[in-house]
Ligand binder design. Structure first.
Ligand code: ADP
Ligand code: MG
Length: 263
């Protein structure tokens, strides 16, 4: 019993230097969780915080690509501890570093959540102000594990203004409320499109859904991030838009990060 206890204490030690664990979640896939998670992390870093990212999307990890770390393998610190990657001042860990990109994860829920808690606990994160967790879509086993077994400070819900995405985001909010993880705010991604030639704004996926929802649940609307080619391109090139203050778009993420940091 003592041995198990010591092990548990050791594990807790590795994450006890993390001040805030923030889950970035959504009900639906493809709404821009990973892109948002990475840019929020970069923005918090620009505000002076020590930041890490944990890719919890066991079935579709995209953090290695978004950080330009594809194909890298983490180094072991000792038999039970891995070192996170550090790039542009952001530490990261992902299941994507440990399994080949083309192999599909065919794990059942409990195995996937086990792998994830291990990834969190067996990484030597060091001192962090924020660990941003890029969650998989949905409200299944992994979400429950991360909400109940991990001392999360709060969750950020990402949605598009589309009715379908909003309905799923609502399920996400309900789940976090049930497990008593505070919702720090809502981010409406792909909110609108500003035409570079004609300066006209179009609402590709609908308009105002995020605002209505934030109001309904009494949660802050942290940002309405436009649909912009640069956001996708930067992601594909493994660069963070929030690191480029010259791009207007970076201010959307910076503002959201400041709102999160002020809570
Ligand atoms: P999720 O993690 O929710 O599945 P991703 O972050 O992988 O979503 O985003 C899905 C796709 O949409 C990616 O190709 C990404 O580059 C693109 N994307 C995300 N947000 C935006 C945006 N605001 N403007 C343009 N493309 C975006
Ligand atoms: Mg993702």
């Amino acid at each position: 019993v003592e041995l198990t206890l010591t092990c548990k204490l050791k594990e807790a030690e590795k994450i006890h230097k993390i001040k805030h664990i923030i889950l970035v979640a959504s009900g639906k896939g493809g709404v821009g969780k990973s892109t948002t998670a990475v840019n929020l992390a970069a923005s918090l870093k620009c505000e002076g915080a020590k930041v890490g990212i944990l890719d919890a999307d066991i079935y579709g990890p995209s953090i290695p690509i978004l950080l330009g770390l594809e194909g890298e393998k983490p180094q072991a610190k000792d038999e039970k501890t891995m070192l996170p990657f550090e790039k542009e001042g952001i530490k990261s860990q992902s299941i994507g570093f440990l399994v080949p990109a083309e192999s599909a994860m065919v794990w059942r829920g409990p195995m996937a959540s086990g792998a994830l808690t291990q990834l969190l606990n067996e990484t030597d994160w060091g001192e962090l102000d924020y660990l941003i967790v890029d969650m998989p879509p949905g409200t299944g086993d992994i979400q429950l594990t991360m909400s109940q077994k991990v001392p999360a400070s709060g969750a950020i819900i990402v949605t598009t203004p589309q009715d379908l995405a909003l309905a799923d985001a609502q399920k996400g909010i309900a789940m976090f409320e049930k497990v008593k993880v505070p919702i720090l705010g809502l981010i409406e991604n792909m909110s609108h499109f500003i035409c570079g030639h004609c300066d006209q704004t179009s609402h590709v996926f609908g308009q105002g859904g995020g605002k209505v929802m934030a109001h309904r649940y009494g949660i802050p609307l942290l940002a309405e991030i436009p649909l912009q080619l640069a956001i996708r391109e930067y992601g594909e090139q493994g660069k963070m838009i929030a690191d480029e203050p010259s791009l207007n778009i970076s201010e959307f993420y910076r503002k959201a990060a400041r709102l999160v940091a002020s809570q």
